[in-house]
Ligand binder design. Structure first.
Ligand code: SAH
Ligand code: SF4
Ligand code: F3S
Length: 474
């Protein structure tokens, strides 16, 4: 706590959507003159931005709530806020209200813009119930919270969670995590309802931003030293933006327009749903010089049968055909993916289809997940759930294949000269610079910090499973 200055700390779980939402929350608080601090234990306002995509994420959140209690006991004026995807689920909000009385503010993914107003509401109601410093009641409040006594904790609480009826709110500030690259949301929500996935329930229906709003945002970012943008959406390929003068734009129309922005160097996007990846977009890879040679194309399973039960709406063959077309157009394109192991009913044979697909595609990198039951999704009700031991055994076999492919792919970079956008210091070593190739490979190399933000030629000298090392090429 700092005298007269309000401090805050944000903990973010989950995907880039959440990271970007946290940037917005941070931007709004800074606009009020609040200061972000790295230590959650010593701040005035803590915000936990939650993810619900797998059970692990839920567990981590409940662990964090316990830590917030300790802060509250020391400082009853402390404000504990929880938001994000978990808060869009009734059963979780109920659990938080019932078991965690020290939580002051709960808001959903559609209410982020209202957070400053919610803080004001909390301040107001606290003023009304304020008790003098050191008074017995004040101590009791802290004591009750520590004892989990919900009935007498008397903690004022502000809760606002919409169920997705509102329009997109434009013009919110954002405090970026990185100076030279930025996420840009182009759409919100998801309409796909893959049978395992909670996201359509936590993020609502698909809504696309207007192309003019996106283009203006990117222009402003470029003015502010951003060199690379990553366009975000659960399924960017189904973007449909209503332009003021030019009807409906699809995703590729947007890419072509952004490619013309002077000063912007790189365009990335995620995530692409294979069912909506158009030939027009594949052509854009060949025609737009700023569109990076990298695509994250989640396959989820190599078995057409499992894909059908997942409601993915493509087959193994259709997916492989997309990969072939992408590589025909952009021979050096890097491809990464997401795969779920142990989806209900997955047989050994169907799992082997996933292994063989992985061998065939030879991914640059992959995120592999154990299937996790999500309450409220269709697959949670499927009867033939796979035992944990089987899931883990399959997971291990898949990770071995994936890591071998990544190692081989990275090894092929040794000796090449790659254009690297220098993003900052290496996470492992403060004295080393770090950046990404066009194909999204992480490269560490020694160099002058003044180079941060520039694109430089780096000669790749060494490769690992997940990263490369190199030297500046003069
Ligand atoms: N919209 C993106 C993915 C968002 S969730 C897409 O469709 O590609 C990120 C990844 O989490 C998914 O691709 C999937 O592999 C994984 N995932 C989602 N729900 C899951 C569950 N119930 N169990 C395990 N993994 C899951
Ligand atoms: Fe989830 Fe499927 Fe939507 Fe991705 S496309 S967010 S996996 S429902
Ligand atoms: Fe998690 Fe929500 Fe993203 S559930 S993965 S933070 S959209």
């Amino acid at each position: 706590m700092t005298e007269n200055i309000t401090t805050y700390n944000i903990t973010t779980f989950g995907c880039q959507m959440n990271e970007h939402d946290s940037e917005t929350i941070s931007g709004m608080l800074q606009q009020r003159g609040y200061i972000q601090v790295p230590d959650r234990d010593d701040c005035d306002i803590a915000i936990i931005n939650t993810c619900s995509v797998r059970e692990n994420a839920d567990k981590r959140f409940f662990g964090t709530l316990g830590q917030l209690k300790k802060i509250k006991v020391k400082n009853p004026d402390f404000i504990a806020c929880v938001c994000g995807c978990m808060m869009q689920q009734e059963h979780i909000i109920e659990a938080v209200k019932r078991k965690y009385p020290w939580v002051d503010i709960i808001f959903g993914t559609h209410n982020i813009h209202e957070f400053p107003d919610m803080l004001d509401q909390l301040y107001e109601s606290r003023k009304k119930e304020a008790v003098p410093e050191g008074s017995e009641i004040r101590d009791r409040r802290a004591y009750n919270i520590a004892k989990h006594d919900v009935r007498s904790a008397k903690n004022t609480r502000v809760v606002r969670v919409y169920d997705d009826k509102k329009e997109i709110i434009e013009g919110l500030p954002a405090k970026r995590l990185y100076r030279h690259k930025s996420f840009v949301n182009i759409m919100y929500g998801c309409n796909n309802f893959c049978t395992y996935c909670i996201v359509p329930y936590t993020r609502g229906r698909e809504k696309s931003r207007r192309p003019e709003d996106i283009i203006n945002e990117v222009r402003n970012l470029v003015q502010d030293d951003v060199r690379e943008v990553t366009l975000l959406g659960q399924n960017v390929n189904s973007y449909k933006g209503e332009s003021g003068g030019a009807g409906i734009w699809d995703f590729t129309d947007l890419i072509y327009a952004l490619n013309d922005i002077e000063g912007l160097e790189r365009i990335r996007f995620m995530t692409s749903h294979p069912k909506d990846l158009s030939d027009k977009l594949i052509r854009a890879f060949g025609e737009c010089d700023k569109l990076c040679h990298y695509i994250h194309l989640p396959v989820q399973s190599g078995s057409s049968n499992v894909l059908r039960r997942m409601n993915r709406r493509y087959t193994r063959e259709q997916y492989l055909e997309l990969v072939r077309k992408l590589r025909d157009t952009v021979p050096d394109i890097a491809i990464s993916t997401d795969i779920i192991v142990g989806f209900p009913g997955e047989t050994e044979e169907e799992f082997e289809d996933t292994l063989s697909l992985a061998e065939e595609v030879r991914y640059d990198s992959a995120f592999t997940f154990l299937y996790s039951v999500r309450k409220g999704t269709p697959a949670a009700e499927y009867e033939d759930q796979i035992p944990e031991t089987v899931k883990h055994e399959r997971f291990g076999r898949l990770v071995d294949v994936m890591n071998r492919c990544s190692r081989e792919k990275n090894a092929a970079y040794v000796g090449r000269i790659e254009k690297v956008l220098i993003e900052g210091y290496s996470k492992k070593d403060e004295g080393i610079l770090s950046g990404r190739t066009d194909t999204f490979k992480l490269v560490d190399f020694p160099g002058d910090p003044a180079l941060i933000g520039q694109i430089k030629n780096i000669r790749i000298t060494e490769s690992n499973t997940f990263s490369l090392k190199g030297e500046l090429e003069e």
